[in-house]
Structure formats: structure tokens, C-alpha cells
Design a protein around this ligand. Structure first.
Ligand code: ADP
Length: 453
């Protein structure tokens, strides 16, 4: 007990004074008592001054050392200080872990006080909303987010739903902001970049609108003819003509549905590639035969240079992609134009299938968009030749599944070359005995989504 330790020194002085009184009389006892008490007071003053010195300095500085009651007092303080340091360390550790967890979250997070002033923001939020940790901490959030929809949301107090706003920093970026009240009157602002989701949603909307539009046109034509045939008394010739026109429209709807199904199959990841290794030359031969049939003999179609090679991949998918390119070349090349198919293996081992035509060509501004679904340079020409606007989208998906790329070279009015580059890992050059030509023997062509236009 500290008070007992505090009594030791005064008791010693008193005993010394009693001994002095017995030995030397009252004067000596008084002197011993006075000097002893002065010593005790000096001892306490020294302890007090050390305590004051320690308390006014850095609290993490070591606690002063002393003997007697002050020693005990200091060791008590020392124990408390150590416990406080341990708690502080734990707290700092917890805060650091919370902060690193908050930094790892892929969303922006901002802590707001009751007056909607920024108390803390993780790095992502600093980037998303241009929050400066130097100058914006303590500033009202409304200074940074002036978007009216967000200001209304912040002031409205109904935080059940998030609000979607354009980024105040980057054009074209959309943010979803949700406030979550916590504590007494604080709020956590969670800020998520939903640009990608928005783009996908917009693409889906556009796609549905496009499909509906594409189906509506032939359906309207067919139902118009049906009504005419019901209402009018037609002669045999007229009836045959109308039925032929209706069949044409039905065919274009069938092509559209077939292409849509082909696209959705290619897109669904659960369908892996049915890999086989097949010779290129017979495939080119089959494409050549189909091309002649499709052209009806009005084009000059040839396969001049076909290097002997084997390709590994889905034969059906690759045949469908190559077939789409050949069919396009025929459909966009006027009669008597030239179309040339080819396959070569480059020095780096990649294989290039090319379709060169002397057709209508494509202006440069359209080229980057050709593989978008339903993108057409000339809608009426595409329709008139049985196009669905999905052929190159199918090609793109097939190539993606085979790590291949599409290169398009074209001059408007002069013609185009569409080249598919297959990676070296999928191509193997075949060495033929000297002077043996590559056999373009025709194997039966495979069912293809778009080759029957
Ligand atoms: P479509 O069914 O309309 O042909 P595609 O996706 O196959 O759809 O092609 C998209 C567009 O690219 C076509 O509408 C056409 O404008 C253009 N195109 C494709 N191939 C050629 C080509 N060989 N020559 C000129 N234009 C082409």
C-alpha cells in the first residue's frame, strides 16, 4: 500500500527525534525532527517535480524512476501507461486493417459527418470524385458533387435506393451512389462505377430494338400480302407472284433467326470448341464450290494460292466464319467482278485465310464498326442480297473463340480484302512431296448459319 510506504520516512524521523531527545535533550530532538521533516518534504518535492516533468512532456516517454512511495506511484503509472500503449497499438492496428480493407474494396467510400462534410475517403473515392486528402477533408461534399440529382438525394434523406449520376470527373463514366447512415448522424457514401453495366444494358436494349425492327419489316410485308390475297380475287399468275414474294420474306426471317441462334450459341461460354485438326485445302475447295453456286456464274471466282496446311479448331465454326466472308464478297461485288480466296502460312507460323474482291468497297469510317451487330453500310443493299447484318458479328465471335483476328483492307469503289489470321498454335504447315499440288478436293460443305443467303 502506497500510503504505508509514505509513512516510513516520517516515522523514521520521529524515531530519530525520540532517540535524540533521550540522548541529548529536547533541543537536539527538535533539530533532528526539523531536519528530518525537511528531508521528507524535499523527497516529495523531488518526486512531484519528476511527475510534473513527465506529465508535461511526451506521454510515451519512459516513466521516471524513484524509490519509496514515489517509486511505487511511478511503477503504478508505468503499468497504466504500458496498458494504454498496448490498447493504442491494438486500436491503430484495427484502424489500419479497416483502412486497408476499405482500400481493397472495389468501390469508392466516403465517411460524412452530420453536416455532410467529408471526414475520410478511400483512394478509389479520391480518384472517382477528385477528393483531395489535403484540402477536401472537412469540406462539404456538396462542393465536389454539384450534380442536381445527387444534391436532391443528399438533401432528401431517403437513402433506401442508390442514385445514378454522371461522373463529375470523367465524361462517359456513370456512377451509382448510395448513402448508408451509421452512428449518431454520420453517413457512409458508397460510390460504384457502373459504366460497364450501363453499356451492357444499353447494348441489350439496342439489340432487342434491332431484332424487333428486323423481324417487323418482313412480317408486315407477309401480312400485307396475306390480306391482299384474302380480299382480292387474284388470277393464278398474281397469286404465284405474291406467294413467291412471301416466301422470300419468310426466308429472310429464317436467316435472321438462324444467325441469331448461331450468335447466341457462340456467345454462351458453356459451349466449348469441338476441336479437330483438318486440312485447309478441302475446306477452301468446299467454300469455292458454294461460292460458285451462290454467284450463279456471274463472278470470276478462284482460289489461286492455297498453301498446304492443317488447322486445329472447330471445323464447323471456322467454315461458317470463312463462308460468311465469301458470301459477303459475292453479295457486295457486282456481276463480272473478281473474287479470290487464298490461304498462306506466314513466317511467324500464323495462317491467313483471305477473301479478296473487286466489289463496291467500304469507306474507312465504316470499317471499325462492321463487326457490330446489325451495322450495315447500305441497309437496302444488304437486305436486297439477303443480309441479316449479323454475318461479321458471327465471324468476330468465331475468331475470338479461336484467338484469331480479322483484318479488313478496303478502298471504296475498288474492292476489299478480308483476312482471318489464325494463331501459329492452331496452324501446321504440311510438307507435300515435290511438285504435288494442293488438292482442293471438295468435301461436302458443312451446315453454316449464313452461307445459304
Ligand atoms: P450483312 O448481312 O449486312 O452483309 P455483315 O455483318 O456480313 O452483314 O456485314 C456488315 C456490313 O459490312 C454489310 O452490310 C456491308 O455494308 C459491309 N460489308 C461486308 N463485307 C463486305 C464486302 N466484301 N464488300 C463491301 N462491303 C462489305
Amino acid at each position: 500500500m502506497i500510503w504505508l510506504a509514505g509513512l516510513v520516512a516520517p516515522l523514521c524521523v520521529i524515531i530519530a527525534a525520540i532517540v535524540a531527545a533521550i540522548v541529548s535533550g529536547a533541543v537536539a530532538a527538535f533539530i533532528v525532527l526539523a531536519l528530518g521533516m525537511l528531508g521528507v518534504i524535499a523527497l516529495h518535492l523531488r518526486g512531484l517535480s519528476r511527475l510534473a516533468q513527465w506529465a508535461s512532456g511526451d506521454l510515451d516517454a519512459p516513466v521516471p524512476e524513484a524509490s519509496g512511495p514515489w517509486g511505487k506511484a511511478f511503477s503504478l503509472i508505468h503499468r497504466r501507461a504500458r496498458a494504454r500503449t498496448a490498447v493504442q497499438r491494438d486500436l491503430a492496428h484495427t484502424i489500419a486493417r479497416f483502412q486497408s480493407a476499405a482500400e481493397a474494396i472495389p468501390d469508392g467510400m466516403i465517411v460524412l459527418d452530420a453536416q455532410n462534410r467529408i471526414r475520410w475517403a478511400n483512394r478509389r473515392a479520391q480518384r472517382q470524385l477528385a477528393v483531395s486528402p489535403q484540402s477536401d477533408i472537412g469540406a462539404p461534399l456538396a462542393n465536389l458533387m454539384r450534380e442536381p440529382a445527387f444534391v436532391r438525394y443528399l438533401d432528401g434523406g431517403d437513402f433506401d435506393e442508390a442514385v445514378v449520376v454522371p461522373s463529375p470527373r470523367e465524361a462517359g463514366v456513370t456512377l451509382s451512389m448510395q448513402l448508408v447512415p451509421f452512428g449518431v448522424a454520420e453517413k457512409l457514401l458508397i460510390c460504384r462505377d457502373i459504366t460497364q453495366l450501363e453499356t451492357v444494358a444499353r447494348m441489350r436494349r439496342d439489340f432487342i430494338a434491332n431484332v424487333s425492327h428486323e423481324l417487323k419489316t418482313p412480317l408486315t410485308v407477309v401480312s400485307g400480302f396475306v390480306e391482299t390475297m384474302q380480299d382480292l380475287d387474284l388470277d393464278d399468275n398474281q397469286r404465284k407472284r405474291y406467294l413467291a414474294l412471301m416466301q422470300e420474306q419468310a426466308k429472310s426471317m429464317r436467316h435472321l433467326v438462324a444467325d441469331l441462334l448461331a450468335l447466341s450459341t457462340l456467345e454462351s461460354e458453356q459451349y466449348g470448341i469441338a476441336e479437330t485438326t483438318f486440312a485447309v485445302a478441302p475446306l477452301v475447295g468446299a467454300l469455292l464450290a458454294d461460292a460458285h453456286a451462290l454467284s450463279g456464274g456471274v463472278h470470276d471466282i478462284s482460289a489461286a494460292q492455297v498453301e498446304a496446311a492443317e488447322v486445329t479448331g472447330s471445323r464447323d465454326e471456322i467454315a461458317s466464319a470463312f463462308g460468311n466472308l465469301v458470301s459477303n464478297a459475292i453479295r457486295y461485288t457486282p456481276p463480272r467482278g473478281r473474287i479470290m480466296l487464298g490461304f498462306r502460312v506466314d513466317d511467324d507460323g500464323s495462317g491467313v485465310f483471305s477473301v479478296q474482291d473487286s466489289g463496291i468497297g467500304i469507306a474507312p469510317e465504316h470499317i471499325p464498326r462492321l463487326t457490330e451487330r446489325f451495322y450495315r453500310v447500305d441497309r437496302s443493299r444488304s437486305r436486297a442480297t439477303g443480309g441479316t447484318g449479323l454475318g461479321l458479328a458471327i465471324v468476330k465471335h468465331v475468331l475470338l473463340r479461336h484467338q484469331a483476328t480479322l483484318e479488313i483492307d478496303s478502298i471504296a469503289g475498288s474492292g476489299s480484302t478480308f483476312s482471318v489470321r489464325l494463331p501459329a498454335s492452331r496452324v501446321r504447315r504440311v510438307v507435300l512431296p515435290d511438285a504435288e499440288a494442293v488438292p482442293l478436293s471438295q468435301s461436302p460443305s458443312n451446315e453454316r448459319a449464313s452461307d445459304t443467303r
